[in-house]
Design a protein around this ligand. Structure first.
Ligand code: ADP
Length: 589
């Protein structure tokens, strides 16, 4: 576990421990030294006092007598120290540890520091190894004066071993105290470092959580001071990051939803015209897949030079470009295209292309133009005829009674045609308006068809046509009876109109799941197959001459289609030229 040695907690613990060990060690050293030196000075004082006593004793003694050595022995026993008496010249007179012979053999002591000091009149000390005894000794020397003259020196010595033993005991006691103190400081350091590192550990743990994106995490703050403030700051920082993230996420969701659901195709490129994103509408328009398109050049994704050129212009000029384009590759259609540069700072970092499919809009506009042209044409024909006949009458034909009546008949017929066209146009426009009112009610189909057939009896009679109603009684649908009537009338009228005389027309019904299918079948001239897909268009006539001759406007079937679709049904035709046609429509039940 080498990791633990790098932790803040361990380092803190180690620092505390090292600091306390250093302080305790220094204290131990100082205390030991102090006690040691005070021990030494106590011993020195004791020895000096005793040396002074011995010196006083010797003042009255005869130093030259042969009994001096035994006096030294008895004094030495009294003060339990080694007593040495040295003459003023340095010669040893007596020694409590040696006999008289050995004393004589002793070398001159005048060079011993304590002796030379005492000979100068001051009590002196020394701590050194004794040449005579071979042990470390503490020496104290005191001058023996008589009549104001130094006559000898009384020197006392104790083995330093005594002092060392005391010091050893003291050292042991102090070391034991030091060990105890170190042990205490070990546990104290552990506790203190744990206490100090806990907030730190919590903050480190929290910062790891924040770094991994868990901004909802909060530091449980049960500490104060700087660490407490740091924890508070981190908590409020993560809260505001969380808020910002949530806001950014919401915005990006809204943008993504707009991007995905826009009707316009949107595509983005980088500065090098490589596709970075495109929306589903764009995928639909150009039949491409976003997953395949991303990171590929625009020209590869949509192989159209025009679009590519617009993107390049927006990227190079830094200005938006918009154009309407008629495309044939990769898809056919008319598109409004906007290419706008995307800026990051002052530099162009990409291009945003918005493609709007306006094929249908343009088709509707063309249809409307056609319609206006058709209406004008349809109106112009009868108007021209009326005007021509009126002018002829005015130029004198009015007096030609026979022809005048004929001309008036034509004028009447053409004005009726105009009236038909206008009323059909009004019907169509009311059906196409947004507020068409359909008042649905229960309609009994057979009843409705019967009443309409009866109403058209004169028409059928004039064409010698017969109509059979095969709709069973009791079959009902929900429909607007008046508008449904228009459907029947138009289909029946056409069936008779586009059949030779003596035609027979059949109205029948079939029940389908959820709807009723009504068919009007004739055995007339039929419709050539190339005209079939267009017969429901406005003003479209398969047989123009016959339609005009029969007073048709070319609007009947488009009115029928509108009404059926307004009811939620569908309409169709099956026909073969020369054999007859069957027009059918369905209505929900
Ligand atoms: P029109 O006023 O000319 O009847 P419609 O919209 O009702 O106009 O019909 C459009 C065209 O469809 C007609 O001109 C005719 O050519 C063709 N058509 C409609 N019904 C029949 C039918 N039963 N048999 C043959 N052709 C028909």
């Amino acid at each position: 576990m080498p990791g633990i040695f790098k932790t803040f907690r361990f380092r803190l613990f180690l620092s505390y421990l090292a600091l306390s060990a250093a302080v305790l060690g220094a204290a131990f050293f100082l205390v030991f030294q102090r006690i040691e030196s005070s021990e030494l000075s106590n011993l020195k004082t004791k020895l000096a006092d005793e040396a002074a006593l011995v010196s006083a004793q010797l003042r009255s003694s005869d130093l030259a007598s042969s009994g001096i050595n035994s006096l030294a022995h008895s004094l030495g026993a009294k003060v339990s120290s080694r007593v040495t008496i040295i003459a003023e010249g340095g010669r040893v007179l007596a020694d409590s540890e040696l006999d008289a012979a050995a004393v004589k053999a002793m070398e001159n002591h005048s060079d011993r520091p304590e002796v030379s000091g005492a000979l100068e009149g001051k009590p002196s000390y020394d701590l050194r190894r004794s040449v005579t005894l071979g042990k470390v000794m503490l020496y104290a020397a005191y001058p023996v004066t008589s009549g104001g003259r130094i006559r000898a020196v009384a020197r006392l010595a104790v083995p330093a071993a005594q002092l060392e033993a005391a010091n050893a005991i003291l050292k042991k006691a102090l070391l034991a105290a030091l060990a105890l103190a170190l042990l205490l400081s070990f546990f104290l350091s552990l506790a203190v470092s744990a206490g100090f590192s806990r907030p730190f550990d919590k903050i480190v743990y929290a910062s790891k959580k924040f770094a991994s994106g868990e901004f909802a995490y909060r530091i449980q703050k049960d500490f104060h001071g700087e660490m407490g403030k740091l924890a508070e700051t981190l908590n409020s920082m993560s809260e505001s990051i969380e808020d910002n993230l949530r806001r950014v996420e919401l915005q990006s969701q809204q943008l993504a939803a707009a991007f995905a659901n826009m009707a316009e195709g949107v595509l983005m490129t980088g500065p090098d015209a490589q596709v970075t994103a495109l929306n589903p509408a764009m995928e639909r328009i150009f039949s491409v897949k976003a997953s395949d398109a991303v990171s590929r050049p625009l020209l590869e994704v949509i192989p159209n030079a025009g679009l590519n050129e617009m993107c390049a212009r927006a990227l190079s000029s830094g200005k938006p470009v918009s154009e309407e384009m008629q495309l044939s590759v990769p898809v056919k259609g008319i598109f409004g295209v906007n290419a706008s540069p995307i800026f990051s700072g002052a530099a162009v970092s990409g291009c945003l292309m918005v493609v709007h499919d306006i094929t249908e809009v343009r088709r509707m506009e063309a249809k409307r133009r056609d319609f206006v042209a058709n209406v004008s044409h349809e109106l112009k024909t009868p108007l021209t005829a009326i005007r021509g006949y009126v002018e002829t009458l005015m130029e004198g034909a009015l007096n030609d009674k026979e022809h005048a009546m004929e001309f008036l008949g034509v004028i009447h017929g053409q004005s009726k045609r105009l009236d038909n066209i206008v009323s059909d146009l009004l019907k169509l426009s009311s059906l196409e308006s947004y507020v068409v009112e359909i008042r649905k009610e229960n309609v009994e189909l057979k009843e409705l068809a019967d009443s309409l057939i009866a109403g058209l009896a004169s028409v059928f009679k004039s064409r010698k046509a017969s109509v059979i109603n095969l709709i069973p009684a009791g079959l009902c649908v929900k429909a607007d009876p008046e508008k449904l009537g228009q459907v029947f009338i138009n289909l029946l009228d056409n069936a008779v109109k586009f059949s030779p005389e003596n035609a027979s027309v059949e109205v029948s019904s079939a029940e389908l799941p959820g709807s009723v299918k009504i068919s009007v079948k004739d055995s007339g001239i039929g419709i050539p197959s190339e005209h079939l897909p267009r017969v429901f268009e406005r003003f479209y006539r398969a047989d123009k001459a016959r339609s005009r001759e029969m007073g048709g406007t070319g609007l009947g079937l488009s009115i029928v289609k509108h009404v059926v679709e307004l009811h939620g049904g569908s309409i169709g035709v099956e026909s073969s030229e020369g054999r007859g046609s069957t027009f059918w429509f369905t209505l929900p039940k």
